[in-house]
Structures are given as structure tokens and as C-alpha cells.
Design a protein around this ligand. Sequence first.
Ligand code: HOZ
Length: 429
Amino acid sequence: MSDRSLSHKLFTAAKEVIPGGVNSPVRAFRNVDGEPFFVSRARGSRIWDVDGNEYIDYVGTWGPAILGHAPAVVLDALHQAAKAGVSFGIPNPQEVEMARLIVDWVPSVEKVRMVNSGTEATMTAIRLARGYTGRDKIVKFAGCYHGHVDSLLVAAGSGALTHGRPDSAGVPGAFADETIVLPYNDPEAVERAFAAEGETIAAIILEPYPANAGLVFPRPGYLEFLREITRKHGALLIFDEVMTGFRVAKGGVQSLTGVTPDLTALGKVIGGGLPVGAFGGRADIMDHLAPDGPVYQAGTLSGNPLALAAGLAQLREMEKQDGWSRLEKIGAAFEHGVRDALDRAGRPATFHRVGSMFCLYFSDRPMWNVDDVKQCDFDAFRRFFWSALDRGVYFAPSQYEAGFISLAHSEEDIARTAEVTAAALLDLA
Ligand code: HOZ
């Protein structure tokens, strides 16, 4: 086992002054019965801990690092931007450039507003949907995670699910009552909800490819069905593309599937590693926002010049390098390696991938929603996770999280990962 004694010391000190020792629960490694390592630096496909251990990283700061860690273009853009000032609190030209880029790239977005996180993006999208429709209820799907928004922390995925708290304490019952939770990939459940309460439903919000219960895909026709039923009942369709936006394709899942929502929440890749989110959609809906309309939303640091410089540099570089096609090739090689490792270990498993996002489920059953994911062999996952980490490969520390590949992952990284995966799977026998 690798020596992580300095990380252990830091974690002990952290727990005295930070709840649980972490600033976000997904980092706690509790579900894999361990402690997190503390990072000293990250570059390209690699991350190093304070004890000097080196890992090939497939978490990528939970999605943003699509070019790899600390890419030169982002560092240069940050240096340049910082020279002009780090925050203005008044419009700056990069805001127009970023808004134009999003409108040009994301099929359904006609107007967009910048915020500081994915949580802010989804929180405001549902407020806007309520303000626009004059209705209160929101439909969400079990296992989808939309950040730590009060009324969406019901049957939530990601860390909430990992730590056994899909329904957060501190959310007033009255808020939770406005959220209708349905199983993902079950059209009849949606039909029943609209038949019973259609006139009160402001919106359906979903991750079109749910990536906070591993990585689940919609059944054929499911997204189209959601588009149709929301339209029929005067409700809005909100895609949470915080994880998939600019990741699975230049224009997100909506550009892959052709299903266009009314509103879209974005985050992660768009910030180049800095705290950025955005939400946008139909102009007639977005115009309900203050100062033009009655729905209030604001932010001192929204459109921050450093954050936008980093995000724009990353997105432009992806475009310049035809990053999404290249990621598909790297992802295909990665998938080939993992499937080969599974064969060599004689272990049937379900593996999902789209471009540079993936999940290896420790189950051979099909995965259509969070109830399927809950049937996985969590003990095998835990043992696999540590075995891979000790061999220098860092996968997300929860069966409920997706993995991320970057443009910095080399052929050697992928080959090494396949070897490690095979060895870690054989360890399970
Ligand atoms: N949304 C991230 C992936 N599920 C987790 C980030 C966090 O909660 O810190």
C-alpha cells in the first residue's frame, strides 16, 4: 500500500476545523472506507499527493479539466487577464464574448447569464421556470443531482447518494413538497404525474445523461417524449448539462440528440477550472430575468474576468484542436482497454461511455436508473478503487460518480490504465 502519512496528518488537522475534513462531501472517501489524499500539484493527466505519490487522474477535478490539468493556454490567459484586474463588478468585454460563444455553440440557447457554479445555474433556472409559468412544482428524477439547491436535494445523486443522504436535512417540508420525484427512463410515471398535477408543474429538470448515479443513458425516444409532454402541458424542459455541456460534444447532449430544452444549466468545463456556471435558453423566457423582468438573480463575481478568461481559453483550445473528435478516439481506446481487462479477469460488468465520460459498474445488469445502480457490488467497487489507486490510477471514489478522460491522457496513460485495471480486477478474485 502507498505511503499517505502526510495526507493522513493533514486530514486529521482538517477534521478539527472543517466539517468532515472536506469542503465538499464527495472528497471524503468515506464510502470506500478510507481517507482522501491531499494534492500538492496537478499537471496534464497527472496528479501528485503531498506524500509524493503520482496518479493518472480520471476525476479531472470532477469534470472541468477537459484539456488536462493546468494547460498552458489557460495559465497564459489567466496571467494576461490578471494584469488588467481581477474583478470589476461592472460589465467587461469577455462577458459578451462568452455569451456569444454559448449562444453559437449550444443549440437551444438564445440568451445566457453567467453565474459562479452549477448549483447557482440550476437554482436560478428553476426559479425562472416558476416565474415564467406562474406554477410552483418541479419534476426531477431519482438519482439526478443538480447541485445543493434546497428543492432539488430530494432523491439526489452524487455525494448525497454516496453518503446515504439523498434527502437532505434542513430542506423545509414545504419546499420538498414542491418537488415531484419520478424514476428516470419511465415515461408512464411522467404521464401519471402530468395527468394528476399537470397544471401545477412549472418544469421538468434532468441531466439528459444522468452522471451522478454513474453514467446512465436515456432509452431511445425518452428525451423526445419529455420534450413533447412538457410542451403539451405548458411546462418547461430544463437540461442540466453542467457535467455534459462542452464535454460530450461542443453543444452538449442536446446537440447529440437533437432534443432542445427551454433552459440549460452549464458549469464545469466552461470555467477552465475556475468557478463558473451559466444558464440560458429561449430569449422570451430569459427576458423574465431582472432588470428586464420580475425574476431576480444577481452575483458580485458573476462574469468575473479571470474566470471567463480561463473558460474562454479552454473552450477555444478545444475548438482549435477539434478536441471532441480527439476525445472520442482516446475514449474508444480507453474503453477497449477496460473491456479487455474485464475479459482477462473473467469479470462480467456493465461499462458505459460517451466520448470522454465513463462508468464501470460492478454489476452485469443493464443500468437504466438509480435503482439498477443500487444493485451493484459496492464492496467489489471499494476494493477495486484502492487497488487501482495503490497502482497509480485515480478513479472517482464512489460507484455513483462518472469518470473523465482529458486530451492530456496519452496512449501510454491509457495502456497503463488498462494494465492497472486488469490487475485490480484480478485482485478481486
Ligand atoms: N458534481 C460533482 C460530481 N458529481 C461533485 C462535485 C462536488 O460535489 O464536489
